[in-house]
Ligand binder design. Structure first.
Ligand SMILES: [Zn+2]
Length: 545
């Protein structure tokens, strides 16, 4: 048996900040040995946890994953630490510690204790790869071989191999028992736009600049002006080649790069993917000082045309849902943009254009990369819903950064994907119930579909974001919120960015999200600010306490 200890210890620099919730401490004690839960404590507990973290670092059971400076508060440093047991990483065991000139300000996270599992596997990584092959048909390349991991599971720990395989059906992450080869858990690993159904009208026909590279008289969609290489890759509607690349079996090279002979680019998917990836990079840098997905200018590859639109009626629904009416982040800076549907075809009453044609979709996918390199929110249950919601919040924020507010094509609003999925897009942050999504925590989905409702319960965070900016009344609780106002949206964006990328642990719940966003608001604007009030009121209106 294990005891999962989630901790959340924080003190505010200013006075009067209440991050101490005695009832949640009691709840944490009551839940004790079962699943990790959030505990809120005050300064004494913070100092105690600080010592505990230091001791765990010294004995190797916590290892630094990343330490970053703070572009918004220059004296602050954020450490992220992964938990290890005898050298093997523990899934979901991680700590985010914020310091101010060496003094700890906050610790959020989750550490597991009493781990008693052997780390000597019966099976080899190759054995596990053979199981992945049996299950998926995929041969994994050398860089994608299964890795050992300790998986907390049903009140116990299991030594597993973790691997991802890409097939025409999508992406699956396998957790394979390293001793008996049984598959303990599979997750849909493609962090994508929701697999809704529809069709697109033509290209939006707008003109935009592209940063490209000329080589021997040919122009390539390689952005060499921004600090990282941003390249757009034309898969020429070859699904098998796309899958082989995602599974690490082939490298992409020059002929794969999207190219044009006269530098007058007419392929809408290439143009938009290339331009919007650049816009999103710029947003993160201009707004938050972040340098790309990993804050270290990792290169970004955008794959367009993974399938042929005209073959849609010969495809099983799984391929339709992955490579036609979807877009997904595949890890390591790689995005895949779905092809949409023929312009005379609708799905669920909607047309589906090239997914690359929507700025919010592009920013949504890239924000999954930011999450991968920061909080690394586990793509399941409430942490998965928060992962999705962060991407929708940033997708919408990028729209408002570049586009005038309004409705219609290339206008900023609180719909998701509305420029390519017409009419109406696929989600509505202002009114989640318009798509049947919950707009209150009490209505959250608790079933097994969609990795535990990651694209459904994201609506709770989405509605929070909307209310914190625009204000208004939540339709379920009838509680009203005074937002910061659209002209101050930057405040909420910075709070979200800080909370999600710097303070939030990997298996956060909505309760954690409330705590970290309030902490972030206090850090940036003070406990009596309008922003802190808006953030707090909005969570309360959503029933998240
Ligand atoms: Zn997503």
């Amino acid at each position: 048996m294990h005891v999962g200890r989630t901790l959340f210890a924080a003190f505010a620099v200013s006075l009067g900040v209440v991050v101490v919730a005695s009832h949640s401490s009691a709840r944490a004690r009551a839940q004790g040995r079962s699943s990790p839960s959030v505990a809120a404590t005050e300064g004494t507990a913070l100092r105690s946890w600080d010592s505990t973290v230091d001791a765990m670092v010294r004995n190797g059971s916590l290892q630094l994953r990343r330490s970053t400076g703070d572009t918004l508060m220059s004296d602050r440093v954020h450490e992220r630490l992964n938990q290890y047991h005898n050298g093997i990483r523990v899934q979901g065991g991680d700590i985010a510690r914020q310091t101010d000139r060496g003094t700890t300000v906050s610790i959020f996270g989750n550490v597991y204790s009493d781990i008693n599992v052997s780390v000597d596997p019966v099976l080899t990584s190759s054995d596990a790869a053979a199981i992945v092959k049996r299950e998926s048909g995929v041969d994994l390349g050398p860089a994608k071989m299964p890795q050992l991991l300790i998986l907390p599971r049903d009140g116990d720990y299991r030594l597993v191999y973790d691997a991802r395989a890409y097939t025409a059906d999508g992406a699956t992450e396998y957790f394979i028992d390293a001793n008996d080869g049984s598959i303990l858990l599979t997750l849909d690993a493609a962090q994508r736009q929701s697999a809704a159904i529809g069709v697109g009208t033509g290209v939006l026909n707008d003109q935009k600049k592209m940063s490209v590279t000329e080589q021997a008289g040919t122009f390539f969609a390689d952005d060499s002006l921004r600090p990282p290489l941003l390249w757009t890759i034309d898969m020429h509607q070859n699904l098998q080649r796309t899958l082989n690349f995602l599974n690490g079996l082939i490298e992409l090279n020059e002929p794969d790069r999207a190219s044009d002979t006269d530098n007058k680019w007419t392929d809408g998917a290439t143009v938009d993917a290339h331009a919007y990836v650049g816009y999103t990079y710029d947003y993160y840098f201009k707004r938050f000082g972040r340098k790309g997905l990993d804050n270290n200018n990792i290169q970004l590859a955008s794959l367009v045309h993974p399938v042929n639109r005209s073959t849609v009626f010969q495809q099983p629904s799984s391929i339709l849902g992955t490579f036609f009416v979807n877009a997904f982040y595949a890890g390591d800076g790689i995005m895949v943009f779905g092809e949409g549907l023929p312009s005379n075809v609708t799905l669920g009453g909607q047309f589906w254009n090239y997914l690359a044609g929507a700025l919010d979709v592009t920013a949504h996918e890239l924000s999954h990369g930011v999450t991968e390199f920061s909080s690394n929110l586990i793509y399941q249950g409430e942490s998965g819903a928060l992962n999705e919601s962060f991407s929708d919040m940033m997708g919408t924020s990028v729209e408002f950064f570049y586009e005038p507010a309004g409705s219609g094509p290339m206008r900023a609003d609180y719909l998701i994907g509305e420029d390519v999925v017409t009419p109406g897009g696929i989600r509505n942050m202002a009114n989640p119930s318009a798509f049947g999504d919950p707009d209150h925590y009490s209505q959250r989905y608790t079933g097994p579909s969609d990795n535990g409702g990651v694209h459904i319960n994201s609506a709770i965070g989405n509605q929070w974001f909307y209310l914190a900016i625009e204000g208004g009344t939540n339709r379920t609780s009838r509680l009203s919120v005074t937002g910061v106002g659209g002209s101050n949206r930057e405040q909420i964006e910075k709070i979200v960015y800080r909370a999600f990328t710097q303070l939030m642990p990997a298996n956060a719940t909505y309760s954690t999200a409330r705590a970290v966003t309030i902490q972030a608001a206090n850090d940036l604007y003070g406990s009596s600010s309008a922003a802190t009030r808006a953030v707090t009121q909005a969570w309360t209106a959503l029933g998240v306490n």
